[in-house]
Design a protein around this ligand. Structure first.
Ligand SMILES: Cc1cc2nc3c(=O)[nH]c(=O)nc-3n(C[C@H](O)[C@H](O)[C@H](O)COP(=O)(O)OP(=O)(O)OC[C@H]3O[C@@H](n4cnc5c(N)ncnc54)[C@H](O)[C@@H]3O)c2cc1C
Length: 386
């Protein structure tokens, strides 16, 4: 049987188990022991991220001719859940990098695939996805960064807001306006670090996701060669949205992994901690809470795998399913992590126990790659047009 094909949605193949176990081992050994320190020091662990690429995690769904792992969305969901048990912020950055690589794999010319993807897959170069602007987040098609043609170059001016990895990344997939207002006037340009006119804002001070930088990307008359345009003029919004289908699954998987780690910590803690002469986990109220947490995660995991399989199969409802999975999994993951914090009592609020960091990291998953309100907009649009 093809290693990438699930036996059924409800059981994984031996290869899929092996892939998940490999990512979990990496998370246990190379991420989890250092995650609290990276969070406190706001350190972006590029070395460990590149080690993950050594395991094939820099180009998970990228075709193998350019160094990708040739896996599918379901395997990616398994990988990001496992990685996020070690550090949701690092796992989420690797997911954004993979989204950029997947956009180039799908929409790039043979020359662009050959030029950019081998280094992206090995993570010799790191990618960043630049859609949001200071005045347009949810309404991304209202973006105002502009590129005008001049000979065989574009001259680009504009500001991109909240860009993950900015300043450390080497290749920026930037959505800019080359034509009319609205989605059809948008084009995707690949802007390498070092481009004249490209600079970065300060690293934002954030609630979580401290192990990866978030900065503005500033383009001031930046000169980008025509050959760095991904797809045709006017295709950029479609490219950006198609990238987000997979990206949303990966972010959802990161919530699942973070929440799974919080549940595992809560199980261990409530087995040890005593009150009123008994273990905390001997109280039925605690057992019911743990049971509800595990049930929520299993329901989220099932929906996530279903959406991933739909995207792999080119199901026409895949975008709706991805939005459902992103909304449900990120809400459930945050709630479960917050419940875990509650089960730790006052210690849950202290940094050393590692649960409050998970809560802080997972909160932003309800906001980015489309807010959970926008996920409902997408789901409702599908329902009403059916
Ligand atoms: C840490 C971090 C990292 C990020 N990384 C990236 C990145 O790498 N690349 C990138 O391009 N972007 C990135 N983003 C941006 C993120 O995708 C946006 O913040 C998000 O899409 C929301 O946009 P906004 O912040 O402008 O909020 P707004 O669009 O202003 O929304 C404000 C509120 O209004 C609600 N709302 C808006 N429209 C509707 C509607 N039609 N119906 C109901 N409610 C609505 C929203 O849900 C939200 O609650 C990142 C953000 C953060 C915080």
């Amino acid at each position: 049987m093809d290693a990438a094909v699930p036996q059924s949605l409800f059981s994984l193949t031996p290869d899929q188990h092996a892939i998940r176990d490999m990512a979990r081992r990496f998370a246990d050994e190379r991420l989890a022991p250092y995650a609290l320190e990276w969070d406190a020091k706001k350190h972006f662990p590029v070395q460990e991220i590149r080690e993950a690429a050594g395991l094939g995690l820099g180009g998970i769904a990228i075709r193998e001719d350019v160094g990708g792992s040739g896996l599918r969305r379901l395997e990616a969901a398994l990988i990001f859940e496992a990685l996020a048990t070690g550090c949701p912020a690092v796992s989420a950055y690797i997911s954004i990098h993979n989204m950029v690589a997947a956009m180039i794999d799908r929409w790039g010319t043979p020359a662009q695939r050959a030029r950019f993807l081998p280094d992206l897959c090995s993570m010799a170069t790191l990618g960043a996805y630049c859609l949001t602007e200071p005045a347009s987040g949810s309404d991304a098609a209202a973006l105002r960064s502009r590129a005008r043609r001049q000979g065989d170059h574009y001259i680009v001016t504009g500001v991109k807001q909240f860009i993950s990895g900015a300043g450390s990344a080497d290749l920026y997939a930037v959505m800019v306006r080359t034509g009319e207002d609205g989605p059809r006037g948008i084009t995707c340009l690949l802007v390498p670090a070092g481009t004249a006119g490209l600079s970065f804002g300060a690293n934002e001070r954030k609630m979580g996701w401290n192990a990866q930088p978030t900065r503005q990307v500033i383009l001031e008359e930046a000169v980008v060669p025509l050959e760095n345009r991904l797809g045709e003029e006017g295709q950029g919004f479609r490219i950006a949205m198609a990238g987000l289908d997979g990206g949303r699954l990966n972010i959802a998987a990161c919530s699942l992994g973070g929440a799974q780690a919080a549940l595992e910590k809560a199980l261990a803690y409530t087995a040890e901690r005593r009150a009123f002469g008994a273990r905390i986990d001997s109280f039925q109220a605690t057992q019911f809470k743990l049971a509800d947490m595990a049930t929520g995660l299993e329901a989220a995991r099932t929906l996530l795998w279903r959406a991933a399989a739909a995207l792999d199969a080119g199901d026409p409802n895949a975008t709706q399913l991805c939005a459902m999975a992103k909304r449900f999994t990120t809400d459930t993951g945050f709630a479960v992590a917050n419940d875990a914090l509650q089960l730790f009592g006052g210690y849950g609020y202290l940094a050393d126990y590692g649960v409050e960091k998970i809560v802080r990291d997972l909160r932003v998953h309800q906001i980015l790659e489309g807010t959970n309100e926008i996920m409902r907009v997408i789901i409702a649009r599908g329902l009403l047009s059916a």
